[in-house]
Write a protein that binds this ligand. Structure first.
Ligand SMILES: *Cc1c(COP(=O)(O)O)cnc(C)c1O
Length: 231
């Protein structure tokens, strides 16, 4: 099968999964934004996705995302940066990302805000929450999220979009997604436009959608298994 047909078949299966999860949760599919996470896959796959109507593209490493965004700059895409972000990468990320999902500390708010203003852009930001017993994969402690959200909202050049999480590995994801929904409601009470709940990957899409996810980030389900990344 050629690559376009393969991705088209995967996309159809994903759309069926999303429709079924919507039906199960009594939600409408228009409430859900699908972000295709293209890390480790080439810019040619980004083009194929775009030709199939998928225009939200996610990446987790600036070194890979920057050249890919440049290679696809003729397309009308929304770029999501979903990986851990170092302050020294903010200038580059601010040059192409429309949405950053991984705001997890005050220093990042200042650094990304500065670079967004410098670039004359407004970047939509999600506060990433960590529900892991042992932190280390990025994300703020749940108790730190409301204050961090306030800081994002107050930073010129940034716009508070909502919250994001990656569920703990090898565990039932339901408790984390339920806790994320509660935090999202708390943030939304203070910032009514912060409506995005970014949650759900290939392995836990249904659980995330049952708990109110409005944006799902899918890699494997759309593009296949990734080669191991050597860092
Ligand atoms: C890679 C990645 C995804 C996609 O994961 P799959 O399990 O392949 O769907 C989603 N979110 C983040 C933050 C990622 O790094």
């Amino acid at each position: 099968m050629d690559r376009r047909a393969e991705i088209a078949a995967n996309l159809e299966a994903v759309e069926r999964r999303i429709a079924a999860a919507c039906a199960a949760a009594g939600r409408r599919s228009e409430e859900i934004t699908l972000v295709a996470v293209t890390k480790t896959f080439p810019a040619s796959d980004v083009r194929l996705l775009a030709s199939l109507g998928v225009t939200h593209i996610g990446e987790n490493r600036d070194q890979e995302a920057a050249p890919k965004a440049a290679a696809a700059s003729d397309l009308d895409l929304t770029w999501h940066f979903v990986g851990q972000l170092q302050t020294n990468k903010c200038r580059s990320v601010a040059s192409y990302a429309h949405v950053v999902h991984s705001i997890d500390r005050p220093r990042l708010v200042g650094a990304l805000g500065r670079e967004a203003r410098r670039a004359g852009r407004v970047i939509r930001c999600l506060v990433q929450v960590c529900f892991d017993a042992e932190p280390g994969r990025g994300g703020a402690a749940p108790s730190a999220v409301p204050a961090l959200a306030d800081e994002v909202a107050a930073e010129e050049g940034l716009e508070l979009g909502g919250v994001m999480t990656v569920a703990p590995l090898d565990e039932n994801p339901d408790p984390a997604f339920a806790a994320l929904a509660d935090l999202a409601a708390e943030v939304r009470a203070a910032h009514p436009r912060a409506t995005t709940i970014s949650a759900g990957m290939t392995g836990d899409l249904e659980s995330a959608m049952a708990h109110g996810a409005t944006l799902v980030r899918l890699g494997t389900a759309l593009l296949g298994t990734r080669e191991a990344i050597v860092r």
